[in-house]
Design a protein around this ligand. Structure first.
Ligand SMILES: C[S@@+](CC[C@H](N)C(=O)[O-])C[C@H]1O[C@@H](n2cnc3c(N)ncnc32)[C@H](O)[C@@H]1O
Length: 116
């Protein structure tokens, strides 16, 4: 275990990085800073993976518990939940490709992200 501030830098060396229930706390600009720091830490190790464990909102405006969480994140911390397209766009802007989304215990999903 190491302490640190992911807005400054992220430890180099691991083959896998996991951010669980972290990015939904932050807006797109702040998430971009965190993700770029992870991408920088991965460097040339393109076999490394980033796993996000987060909600994935439905695109359609239908009943979805993640939409309640979206409001909660907005009101409490200025964050947000995201659709799969939203995650893919956010990740692409920071050097990752969203390659797989696996349903986990609701509302969580495991988002596998490959450095590009
Ligand atoms: C919503 S909690 C999620 C905690 C845990 N992953 C979970 O799912 O229960 C957000 C986490 O982000 C961490 N965090 C917030 N700001 C941070 C920063 N600048 N650098 C590193 N970690 C930070 C907090 O310490 C907290 O553990």
């Amino acid at each position: 275990m190491v302490s640190g501030d992911f807005f400054s830098n992220v430890p180099e060396g691991p083959d896998a990085y996991i951010l669980k229930s972290v990015l939904h706390d932050w807006d797109d600009g702040e998430c971009g800073t965190i993700l770029r720091n992870v991408r920088k830490a991965i460097g040339e190790n393109t076999d490394a993976r980033l796993f996000l464990i987060e909600a994935v909102m439905t695109e359609a405006n239908v009943w979805d518990f993640s939409r309640i969480l979206d409001l909660e994140m907005l009101v409490n911390v200025g964050g947000q939940e995201r659709t799969q397209r939203g995650w893919a766009t956010l990740l692409a802007a920071s050097g990752f490709e969203l390659v797989k989304v696996t349903r986990a215990v609701p509302p969580n999903n495991i988002l596998e992200c490959r450095p590009v």
